[in-house]
Design a protein around this ligand. Sequence first.
Ligand code: SAM
Length: 329
Amino acid sequence: MIDPFGRAITYLRVSVTDRCDLRCVYCMAEDMSFLPKAEVLSLEELDRLCAAFIRLGTTKIRLTGGEPLVRRDVLTLFRAIGERLGAGGLRELTLTTNGTQLARHAEGLYAAGVRRVNVSLDTLDAARFAAVTRWGRIEKTLDGIFAAKAAGLAVKINAVAMRDVNEHEFDDMLAWCGEHGFDLCLIETMPMGEIDAQRIDQYLPLSLVRARLRKRWTLEDTDYRTGGPARYYTVAETGRRIGFITPMTHNFCESCNRVRLTCTGTLYMCLGQDDSADFRRVLRAGSSDDELDAAIVAAIARKPKGHDFIIDRRDDRPAVARHMSVTGG
Ligand code: SAM
């Protein structure tokens, strides 16, 4: 599928639930209300949509959330999508998780065909972890990370860079990742959804972080890409990679290859725009596969050029009202 700006759309991210067992301060308000079950697509409906996207040329699918591993029986969905890997047309099936449930699911994920996992971990400090996640215990996430490694999954650690919170920890995190064989990806906080805090107080430009890291580490340019927006460097001292996702300081839309499906079947053609297409209606109207495919192609034809996130003290409203947990980070 080629969008109006000539970009091949080959990557589908699917938020399989809006629920999460953590409440990270930049992601959700503490008192979130979640969707009633009837509004959420069944695992079979989600699989049918994924199958349609694969038919239309999608080669990579990432399940995310909310927290994907808190959805009941989610491994069934991983297994169903995993069957389309290889000759089925799909090249990669992966997930983004907070790791709390990974210890019990790592082997099942590997068996379903998953080979890489992104785990969100913003700090290595137990007290800070509890504060950022509002009630999480770091041991659970660390156990999950090491279970994933033991199961043979490549692990990338994702950390949102926050002023005054974890900004002086990245040297230690880079060393820790090097020691355990993980890549690290730092992310600028994006203005999505109301969160009980001022975004401007959290926001930390990664250009600053990179300059600080360079005082201790040799960051070598690389053209390694995962098909995502991160700019990667090889850390000469550890041999691992560090990536920077900079939606605020450097807009990455020109190479965007992805669309995002929510657990209600709403397809967002851009993370930072509101236009969407309702596939729950299409599915529940009893549409044929041909009708479903035609609706997907029509949605891709509406993909916008890009987002324009701004974090500003005078205007601290979110760029889009929905939280990252709706569209999946
Ligand atoms: N629960 C899973 C997890 O923790 O990775 C998957 C969903 S979470 C929304 C996906 C990623 O989005 C996490 O790495 C999270 O840190 C990031 N995220 C959430 N809100 C964000 C925001 N406003 N700006 C930047 N990243 C955000």
